[in-house]
Design a protein around this ligand. Structure first.
Ligand code: BTN
Length: 248
C-alpha cells in the first residue's frame, strides 16, 4: 500500500476531481494513495448536491483514491474521522483553533475553510474504494457574496501560501491518520475527533424538525451519528440532515 500522495495527477481543468477518479476506477485499477489535483473544476461537487466553488489556481481541490478493504461497510465514518483529523493536523502548522463541524466541515471560528466529500464503493463485505474529495480554501480572497460563511487561509494569515507545499503537508498528515486507522488505533481517532468537534460537551442551539432546541453534543457513534442530549431526555443519535447546528 502506497503512501498518500505517492502519485499526483495534476490537471489544469476538469469537471470534478472526484468524477475523474471515478472514471479512472471504471477503466482499471488505481493505486491506493493516488492524488488527483485540479487547478479548476467546472462542476466541483459539494455535499448535499451543492456545488463546490473555488477560484482557479487559488485553492486546493483534489481527490485521493483509497482502498480501505479492511473496513466493513457500516464503518465508513472512520474514514471521515481520518480525513478531517488529517486536514486539521496540517492546518495546525498554520493556524490555531480549527474545528470540525459534524459531519465533516472544516471551520476556523464560525467560517468554513474546507469541505470533504467521500464516495465509497462496497464489494461484498468490505469497502473496495473510497474517493476522498477535499476542498481547502488557501489563497482565495474574494468569495461569491452568497458564500457568507467562507474563509481561506490567506484571509486568516494575511499571507499567501504555496499550494504544492500545503498539499504535501496535507497528504502526509492524512497518511499518518490513515495509518492509525490501519493499525486499529480507533480509540485515538475517536478521542481526537471528539476533541476537535465543534461544540463537544457544550450547550448549543440546534434545529430538529424545524424547531430550535438546546442540546449538548456527547460525541459521534460508530455509525457517524451525532449524539446529543437534550434537557431532561436520554441521549439521541442523529443521522446527517436530521439535525442542524446553529453557529451562533
Ligand atoms: C462540502 O460540501 O463541504 C464538500 C466539498 C468537497 C469539495 C471537493 S473539491 C475536490 C473534490 N472534487 C469535487 O468535485 N468535490 C471535492
Amino acid at each position: 500500500m502506497g503512501k498518500v500522495g505517492h502519485t499526483f495527477i495534476d490537471l489544469e481543468e476538469v469537471d470534478s476531481t472526484n468524477l475523474y477518479a471515478e472514471r479512472m476506477l471504471q477503466k482499471g485499477s488505481v493505486a491506493e494513495g493516488t492524488v488527483i489535483l485540479a487547478k479548476f473544476q467546472t462542476a466541483g461537487m459539494g455535499q448535499d448536491d451543492h456545488q463546490w466553488e473555488s477560484a482557479s489556481g487559488q485553492n486546493l481541490t483534489f481527490s485521493i483514491v483509497l482502498h480501505p478493504r479492511f473496513l466493513p461497510p457500516g464503518r465508513q465514518f472512520l474514514l471521515n474521522k481520518v480525513i478531517s483529523l488529517g486536514v486539521l493536523d496540517s492546518l495546525a502548522d498554520y493556524v490555531e483553533g480549527a474545528t470540525i463541524k459534524w459531519p465533516n466541515d472544516i471551520l476556523i471560528g464560525s467560517k468554513k475553510i474546507g469541505g470533504i466529500l467521500i464516495r465509497i464503493n462496497v464489494e461484498g463485505e468490505s469497502l473496495e474504494t473510497a474517493i476522498v474529495g477535499i476542498g481547502l480554501n488557501v489563497n482565495q480572497t474574494k468569495f461569491d457574496p452568497s458564500l457568507t460563511q467562507a474563509t481561506s487561509l490567506v484571509q486568516v494569515l494575511h499571507q499567501e501560501l504555496k499550494l504544492k507545499e500545503a498539499l504535501i503537508l496535507l497528504c502526509n498528515a492524512i497518511d499518518m491518520r490513515y495509518s492509525q486507522l490501519k493499525n486499529n488505533n480507533n480509540e485515538q481517532l475517536k478521542s481526537d475527533f471528539h476533541q476537535k468537534l465543534l461544540g463537544y460537551k457544550l450547550e448549543r442551539k440546534f434545529v430538529v424538525d424545524g424547531q430550535q432546541i438546546i442540546g449538548i453534543i456527547e460525541g459521534v457513534d460508530e455509525f457517524g451519528r451525532l449524539l446529543v442530549i437534550h434537557p431532561g431526555e436520554p441521549v439521541k443519535a442523529y443521522a446527517h440532515k436530521e439535525i442542524e447546528y446553529l453557529l451562533s
